[in-house]
Design a protein around this ligand. Structure first.
Ligand code: PRX
Length: 652
C-alpha cells in the first residue's frame, strides 16, 4: 500500500449541489424514481441469488437451463452452473426473428470520413463467416486469439466470432508496443493473431502489422496471423503464417451455429495493470458477464430501441468490451463506433458525429471532456446536439468544473449525467446515478446498482464512520465479477480477496457521505490513471531499469490539466552523466517497452532516490517534488538528506 494510508485520507471535496433527474426523463425511464431504485436494490440485497436467477432466466437464451444460481467457494465463483448458452447468440441470433433484424447494430464512421452500417442480420452473417474462418485456421474452444487492431467493424466481428465458437479473445489496445503484445501473447499462450495492415490516427497511419511482426518474432505460441486491409499500407506477409482477412472471408460459409457453451466457459482475457511489473490477464466468462453487461446497459443508459448510443472508448479497454459490444448488442441497441481521433480533421469531429447520427446517449472519459473544454466551445456550437438525452463518464473521477461544463455545454442542462464507477475486474458498472432515479452530485458516482453491496473499511476490515475515507470493498459476489487472473490463482486470491477475507478489494479508496453517496478518492496501490488509462508505476520502473544506463528508477504521478495524471520519473544512472539526449532516449525507451501511453512527461536525474530506513522509496516525497509543491512532508526518515536538497535545487 502506498503512503496514502486508508483511513487517514483528507476529504478535499465539499460538493453540495444536487441535480435531480429531469421529470420528463424520469417519466419515460426504465427505472423512474428513487423509490423504484430503492425497491429494486432492497429486493436484490434481500435475496441476491433469487434476484439474478430471475433475470438470467428471462434475459438470456439458454440451450440448456442452469440448475444452480451460484457456486461460491470464496473467492472462486461459478454463476448459473450447469447452463449452456452463447454470448454471440445472445447478441445477434436473438434479434433475427424480430423487428430488429434489419435494424442497425453498428453505425461505423472511419476517421477519413468513410462510413458503414451493419444491421443485426449483416453483423450476424459476418460473424458466422469469420467464425468459420477461425475454425478453418485450427482455432477451437478454449484457444486464445490475440487481437491488435484499430476501431473497425472487423474488431467487433472478430470478438463476436471468437465468442461464437468458444475461443477466448485477448484484445490488446493499439497504443501498446510490440514488447507489450509479445508479453501478453506469451502469458496467454495465444494461438492466433488478428491485426490490420495499419490504422488511421489523426490522418497518419499507425503501422499495426509492422508492430505485430516484431511481436510475433517473440510469440512462439502464435501459429497464424489474419490481416485486415484497412489503409492499404504495404506490409510484409509471411508465407504460410499470414493471411488476408478478405481472402479468407471470400471462401467462408455463412452457416455457423453458435456453440453451446458452459456458463463458465472463458469469454475473454483483458490485461490490466496492478501493483507489480507484470500485467494481469483478467478473466471473464460467459453467462454471468453477459447478464451483467446486458442489465447494467439497460439500467444505466436507460437503453431503448430508438436510441442511438455512442460510447467513445476503444474496444482495447474493458469499456469497449462491455459497453460497445456485449451490453448494448445484447439489448439490440444501435451503436455508433468511431475509428479515429476526436480532433481530426479538427476539434469539432465528435460533435459532427453526434449531429450526423442523431446520437441520443453519449458516454466518454473525463480526460476527453477536459480536452474539449480546452479546445473551446466554438467547436461544440457548430453542431446541433439537441438529439442528446443522456451523458456518461467513465475511467476516472470527474472534477465538478468539468462536470458542470459537460452538463451545460454538451447536455444543454437537460441531460442527466451518469458518472460510472467500475473496473476491468468488475466486468460492468458497479456504482452510478441511475439517470431517471438518483439525483446527482457532481464528482460522486453516487449509489451501487442492484445486487451490489459495497462498504468502506479500515485496514482491519471494520467499516469506517460516515464521511470518512477508507478502502472500498464489495461484500458479495456478482455475476460480472472477474473469475480470476489468467494462469495465476494465487495472485487472484492474494490481490483481491485476502486483505478483507471473503470481500473483493477494489484497490480504490472511497468515502460514503450521509446520503449514502460514494466518492472515489483514488488508488490505494501504485497504480496511475493517465488519461483514463491504468498504468502501474512498477511497470514503468521495470521498463526504465531495463535500459543499460539506468541503475534505479521511481515513477510517480503528478497532476496534469488534461491527462488527470502525468508520469514523472526519477532516475539514477550508472556509468554516464545526465544529458538531454539521454532524457529523450529514456522516454523513447519506455515507449518502446510498454507503448506511447506510458511515455513519461518528465525525466529527472538524481544521485540517489530518497528512501526510508527500511529501504522503501519515498513516493509521497517524490510526488510532492514532481508536482512542484513547496511542502515536502516529514523528511526525518530520509536516508540521505543531500538527495532531497539536490532534487530541490534541480527545481529552481
Ligand atoms: O481508480 C478507479 C478508476 O479507474 C480504475 C479502473 O480502471 P480500469 O480497470 O482501467 O477500468 C476503467 C474503466 C471502467 C478504478 O479502480 N475509475 C474508473 N471509473 C471511475 C474511476 N474513478 C473515479 N470515478 C469513476 N467513475
Amino acid at each position: 500500500m502506498s503512503d496514502a494510508q486508508a483511513g487517514q485520507i483528507d476529504t478535499v471535496m465539499h460538493e453540495e449541489r444536487l441535480f435531480p433527474p429531469p421529470p420528463e426523463f424520469a417519466a419515460a425511464a426504465h427505472i423512474g424514481s428513487l423509490d423504484a431504485y430503492q425497491r429494486l436494490w432492497d429486493e436484490a440485497a434481500a435475496d441476491t441469488e433469487a434476484f439474478w436467477e430471475k433475470l438470467a432466466r428471462e434475459e438470456l437464451h439458454w440451450f440448456q437451463p442452469f440448475d444452480q444460481v451460484l457456486d461460491w467457494n470464496p473467492p472462486f465463483a461459478k454463476w448459473f452452473v450447469g447452463g449452456k448458452t452463447n454470448v454471440s447468440y445472445n447478441c445477434l441470433d436473438v434479434h433475427l426473428d424480430t423487428p430488429r433484424q434489419n435494424k442497425a447494430a453498428i453505425l461505423w464512421e472511419g476517421e477519413p470520413g468513410d462510413q458503414r452500417t451493419l444491421t443485426y442480420q449483416e453483423l450476424h452473417r459476418e460473424v458466422c463467416k469469420f467464425a468459420n474462418v477461425l475454425k478453418g485456421l485450427g482455432v477451437g474452444q478454449g484457444d486464445v486469439v490475440s487481437i491488435y487492431m484499430g476501431m473497425t467493424p472487423e474488431l467487433a466481428i472478430a470478438c463476436l466470432a471468437c465468442a461464437r465458437i468458444g475461443a477466448v479473445h485477448s484484445v490488446i489496445f493499439g497504443g501498446f508496443s510490440s514488447e507489450a503484445i509479445a508479453d501478453r501473447n506469451n502469458d496467454a499462450s495465444a494461438k492466433l493473431q488478428i491485426t490490420a495492415d495499419a490504422g488511421w490516427r489523426r490522418g497518419a497511419e499507425l503501422p499495426l502489422k509492422e508492430t505485430v511482426d516484431a511481436a510475433l518474432a517473440k510469440s512462439p505460441t502464435v501459429e497464424k496471423c489474419v490481416v485486415l486491409r484497412r489503409t492499404g499500407a504495404e506490409v510484409n506477409m509471411v508465407e504460410g503464417r499470414d493471411f488476408w482477412w478478405d481472402d479468407l472471408m471470400d471462401e467462408a460459409s455463412a452457416d455457423c451455429p453458435a456453440a453451446e457453451l458452459d456458463s463458465e466457459a472463458p469469454l475473454f482475457i483483458l490485461y490490466t495493470s496492478g501493483s507489480t511489473g507484470k500485467p494481469k490477464g483478467i478473466k471473464h466468462t460467459t453467462a454471468g458477464y453477459n447478464l451483467y453487461t446486458k442489465m447494467t446497459s439497460r439500467w444505466v443508459f436507460d437503453l431503448k430501441d430508438e436510441d442511438i448510443y455512442w460510447c467513445t472508448a476503444d474496444v482495447g479497454w474493458i469499456t469497449g468490451h462491455s459497453y460497445i459490444l456485449y451490453g448494448p448488442l445484447s439489448n439490440g441497441a444501435t451503436v455508433v463506433m468511431y475509428e479515429g481521433a476526436p480532433n481530426w480533421p479538427d476539434e469539432g469531429r465528435f460533435w459532427e458525429i453526434v449531429e450526423k447520427y442523431r446520437v441520443t446517449i453519449f458516454y466518454t472519459a473525463p480526460t476527453a471532456i477536459r480536452a474539449f473544454i480546452k479546445w473551446g466551445d466554438e467547436f461544440v456550437r457548430r453542431s446541433d446536439l439537441s438529439s442528446l438525452r443522456l451523458l456518461g463518464t467513465v475511467g476516472e473521477g470527474i472534477n465538478p468544473e468539468a462536470w458542470m461544463w459537460y452538463h451545460k455545454t454538451i447536455g444543454g442542462e437537460r441531460c442527466p449525467i451518469v458518472d460510472t464507477w467500475w473496473q476491468t475486474e468488475t466486468g460492468g458498472i458497479m456504482m452510478t446515478p441511475l439517470p431517471g432515479a438518483i439525483p446527482t452530485k457532481p464528482g460522486s458516482c453516487t449509489k451501487p446498482l442492484p445486487g451490489i453491496v459495497p462498504a468502506v473499511v479500515d485496514e482491519t476490515g471494520q467499516p469506517v464512520d460516515e464521511g470518512h475515507g477508507g478502502m472500498l470493498i464489495i461484500t458479495r459476489p456478482w455475476p460480472g465479477m472477474l473469475r480470476g487472473i489468467w494462469g495465476d490463482d494465487e495472485r487472484y486470491v492474494q490481490q483481491y480477496w485476502s486483505t478483507v477475507p471473503g470481500n473483493y478489494l477494489c484497490g480504490d479508496n472511497a468515502r460514503c457521505d450521509r446520503d449514502g453517496y460514494y466518492w472515489i478518492m483514488g488508488r490505494i496501490d501504485d497504480v496511475l490513471n493517465v488519461s483514463g488509462h491504468r498504468l502501474s508505476t512498477i511497470e514503468i520502473e521495470s521498463a526504465l531499469v531495463s535500459h543499460e544506463h539506468v541503475a534505479e528508477a521511481a515513477a510517480v504521478g503528478k497532476p496534469h490539466e488534461l491527462k488527470g495524471e502525468a508520469i514523472a520519473v526519477f532516475v539514477t544512472l550508472r556509468d554516464v552523466e545526465p544529458s538531454d539526449a539521454l532524457r529523450d532516449e529514456l522516454k523513447q525507451h519506455v515507449r518502446k517497452e510498454i507503448g506511447a501511453l506510458a511515455q513519461p512527461d518528465d525525466v529527472r536525474f538524481t544521485g540517489a532516490l530518497p528512501k526510508t530506513r527500511s529501504g522503501k522509496i519515498m513516493r509521497r516525497l517524490l510526488r510532492d517534488i514532481a508536482s512542484g509543491k513547496e511542502e515536502v512532508g516529514d523528511t526525518t526518515t530520509l536516508e540521505d538528506y543531500s538527495v532531497l536538497a539536490s532534487l530541490r535545487e534541480d527545481e529552481e
